[in-house]
Design a protein around this ligand. Structure first.
Ligand code: IMP
Ligand code: MG
Length: 337
C-alpha cells in the first residue's frame, strides 16, 4: 500500500502522462489526483490506439476503476475540463475540488496581450498566470461559483487523506517540472507556481509524512519550450538528425533540446526528495532499446547511461520508457526496491 508522487525532473514533457497511465494500470490505485498549475500542461497518453493530450483530467483515467480528482491548488478552465470529461468518458468518476480556481476568457486575453509573457517568457497563454495573480488578490472565482461544474464538486483533500488512512493506494500526478518552478526554476523563465513534489502535495492537500515514494521522471534527453537557459542546446538541424525534435502538446511549438544533464538531475532529485527515477524515451537515444521487454535486451551504452544516472543522483532508476504506448515500459521495481 503506498502513496506515490510523480513529478517532472527537468522542464516538463518528460512523458509523465504515459508513466502515470502505466502505474495506474499496473498498481491499480483507488485514486489518481492531479496537482500542478492547470491547463497549461499537456499530458500525452497513447491508449488503445488513440492519442489523448490531457490538460485537466488525470492521466490515470485508463484505469477505469480509479476515482479521478483535481486538487484545490489546480486552475480549471471549465470548457477544457468538460470537453475532456467527454473525450475520456469519465463523468461518473471524476471530481474537482470546490476551491479550484477558475480561468476565464479575460485571463487568456490578458496573457495574449502581454508582450512580456508572449515574447520573452514564451507562456502557453492559457490564462494560468493571470488567474493565479487574481487568486493572490483574492478576487478569483472558484469552482463552487460555477453552476456547470456543480455535479463534479468534491472535497479532494478529505477523499485523498481518507483513502490513504484506509491503506489504499493513491497516485499524486504532478505537472510541469522542477526547473519551471517559480521558486526553484530558471526565473523569470518559469511558470506561475512552485512545481516540485512538496507543491504537488500542497495542491492536493496531503502532508509530507503521508507520501511513501517520489518518482521523478526524466527524459533520456532534455527539452524545453519558451525562453530561458538550456545548457548544451542543439541546433534544430542537429535535434532533427538525432530524432529529438518534438512539438508541444498544448501550443504546437517546436521544443528546444539538449543532452541529459547529470548535475541538474542531481539537484532535481534533491529538491523533490525523489526515491526513484523513471527515464522515458530510452528508445530514442538508444535505438536498440525500442520495444525491449527486459533490461537484458538493452545495449551496453544504455546500461552505462543508467548506471551514471544512479551514480550522480544516488537514487535507483526503476522505470524505463522504450516506446510511445502505455505498455512500453521496462519496470525494475521488483528487482531494485
Ligand atoms: P505559462 O505557465 O503558460 O505562463 O508558461 C511559462 C513557461 O512555462 C513557458 O516557457 C511554458 O512553455 C512553460 N510551461 C508551462 N507549462 C508547461 C508544461 O506543462 N510543459 C512544458 N512547459 C511548460
Ligand atoms: Mg507536456
Amino acid at each position: 500500500m503506498a502513496t506515490i508522487c510523480v513529478v517532472g525532473g527537468f522542464w516538463g514533457d518528460e512523458g509523465k502522462g504515459k508513466m502515470i497511465s502505466y502505474l495506474a494500470l499496473h498498481d491499480k490505485p483507488s485514486i489518481i489526483a492531479r496537482g500542478g498549475v492547470g491547463p497549461n500542461a499537456g499530458h500525452t497518453v497513447v491508449w488503445k490506439g488513440k492519442t489523448y493530450g490531457l490538460r485537466q483530467i488525470p492521466s490515470g483515467f485508463v484505469q477505469d476503476k480509479a476515482r479521478l480528482l483535481i486538487g484545490p491548488g489546480v486552475l480549471v478552465n471549465p470548457r477544457v475540463f468538460l470537453e475532456e470529461v467527454e473525450v475520456t468518458d469519465t463523468r461518473d468518476r471524476v471530481g474537482l475540488d470546490f476551491c479550484c480556481g477558475i480561468i476565464e476568457e479575460k485571463h487568456i486575453k490578458e496573457e495574449e496581450e502581454s508582450a512580456h509573457l508572449s515574447k520573452k517568457i514564451g507562456s502557453t497563454k492559457t490564462g494560468c498566470g493571470a488567474a493565479n495573480v487574481e487568486r493572490v488578490r483574492r478576487s478569483l472565482k472558484l469552482a463552487r461559483d460555477i453552476p456547470e461544474l456543480k455535479e463534479f464538486l468534491a472535497d479532494v483533500s478529505l477523499e485523498v487523506n481518507t483513502a490513504i488512512d484506509e491503506g489504499k493506494d493513491v497516485i499524486l500526478e504532478g505537472t510541469q517540472a522542477l526547473f519551471l518552478s517559480l521558486f526553484h526554476g530558471t526565473y523569470p523563465y518559469v511558470t506561475s507556481k512552485d512545481t516540485g513534489a512538496s507543491a504537488l502535495c500542497s495542491d492536493i492537500g496531503v502532508g509530507p509524512l503521508k507520501v511513501d515514494e517520489v518518482i521523478v521522471v526524466f527524459k533520456a534527453y532534455i527539452t524545453r519550450v519558451g525562453g530561458g537557459p538550456l545548457e548544451g542546446e542543439l541546433s534544430v538541424e542537429e535535434a532533427e538528425r538525432r530524432g529529438w525534435l518534438e512539438r508541444a502538446t498544448v501550443t504546437g511549438r517546436i521544443r528546444r533540446s539538449a543532452p541529459f544533464n547529470f548535475n541538474l538531475a542531481k539537484r532535481s532529485v534533491m529538491i523533490n526528495s525523489a526515491t526513484q527515477i523513471a527515464i522515458t524515451k530510452m528508445d530514442i537515444v538508444f535505438s536498440e532499446c525500442a520495444n525491449a521487454r527486459t533490461i537484458d535486451e538493452f545495449p551496453k551504452e544504455a546500461l552505462e547511461f543508467i548506471e551514471k544516472v544512479e551514480e550522480a543522483t544516488g537514487v535507483p532508476v526503476t522505470l524505463l520508457g522504450v516506446g510511445p504506448s502505455v505498455e512500453d515500459i521496462v519496470d525494475l521495481r521488483s528487482e531494485k526496491l
